[in-house]
Design a protein around this ligand. Sequence first.
Ligand code: ATP
Ligand code: ATP
Ligand code: MG
Ligand code: MG
Ligand code: MG
Ligand code: MG
Ligand code: MG
Length: 290
Amino acid sequence: MANSKYEYVKQFEQMQNLLPNTYIVVRIDGKGFHKFTKFYEFEKPNDEQALKLMSFSACVVMETFSDIQIAYGQSDEFSFVLSKDSELYNRRSDKIATCICSTFTSVYALNFEKFMKKPLQFPCIPIFDARCVCYPDLQNIRDYMSWRQVDCHINNLYNTCFWGLVQKGMNKQEAEKTLSGTNAGDKNELLFTRLGKNYNNEPEIFKKGTTIIRQPMKEKVNLKVELDVDNKEQQKLNKKQKKKLKYKDLNQQELNQLPNQQKEDLQVQEFNVDIIKDNFWIENKDYILL
Ligand code: ATP
Ligand code: ATP
Ligand code: MG
Ligand code: MG
Ligand code: MG
Ligand code: MG
Ligand code: MG
C-alpha cells in the first residue's frame, strides 16, 4: 500500500481491544421502538410475531458468529455472549458491536414483512444500537442474564396490567395512576379481580423472554432421500442429511471434542424458560460451552 502524506490521520483512530480472558456481552436495543411499534401497530403489550422476528434475527446472528455461545432477548433487545477465549476481530469492541448489530438489523429488516404481514415504510426503519461489556466470570454472566430476565418480568407484568386496563376502556393517564405505587402482588391481584386474568397463564415467551443455545441436531433423517441422486439440489441435501446422521448418536462430550468446523453442525435452539434458577444451566451444562 502506497504511503501518502494523508496517512498520518490513521493514527488518530482509537480502537479499544476488549480485556482478554473475559466474556464479551453484546447487547443490542431498538432505537425509539416505543414509536416504531406504534407506527406498525404492534399488538400491545406483546406482539408475538414481532418477538419471533427478534429471535429469528438473533438465531441468524448466532449462526453467523460461531463464538456466540448463548443469547437472551426480550422486548426490543437481545444480548449475545461470546466465549472467554474469543478472538473475534482481535476483540476490537467497535468491530464486534457494529458487525453483530448490523447483521441483526439486516436480517430484521429483510424479514419484517414476512413476520409482520406489512411492508417497512421509509423513514420508519428499524435501527438498533449496540454495546460491548466484559464480564470476568460465569457468575457475572448468570447475574447479567438474570438482570435482563427480571427486567422482562417487571415490564411485562406492568404492561399486561396497563394495556388490560386500557382495553377495558380506561384512558392511559388513569391506567398509569391506578398502577403507580403498586407492587407485584397488587398487580397480580388487579389482573385477577379486575381483568379476569391469571398472570401464570400468560404465554411463556412474554413472561420469560427467549434464550438461544446450540444443541446437536436431533431431527429424524429421511433415508429415502438419499436414494434419489438424480437432482443436484437433492445431492446437496443428501450431503447435509448424511452429516446429521453422522453426529446423531454422539454424546455431548464427544460433540464438544469435534473440531470447530464440525461444531457448526450444532443447531441453534430457542427456549422460553426461567434462566435465573439453576435448572436451565444444569440441564444444558453440556451445551452451553461457556
Ligand atoms: P430507546 O431508543 O432509548 O431504546 P425505546 O422507545 O426503544 O427507546 P425501550 O426502553 O427500548 O425504549 O422500550 C422498547 C419499547 O418497544 C417499549 O415501549 C415496548 O413496549 C415496545 N416493544 C418492544 N417489543 C415489542 C413487542 N414485541 N410488542 C409490543 N411492543 C413492543
Ligand atoms: P474488512 O472486513 O477488513 O473491512 P474488506 O474485504 O471489507 O475487509 P476493505 O478494505 O474494507 O476490505 O475493502 C473493501 C473492498 O470492497 C475492496 O476490495 C473494494 O475494492 C471493494 N469495494 C467496495 N466498494 C466497491 C464498489 N462500489 N465497487 C467495487 N468494489 C468495491
Ligand atoms: Mg433504551
Ligand atoms: Mg429500545
Ligand atoms: Mg429496550
Ligand atoms: Mg470492509
Ligand atoms: Mg473498506
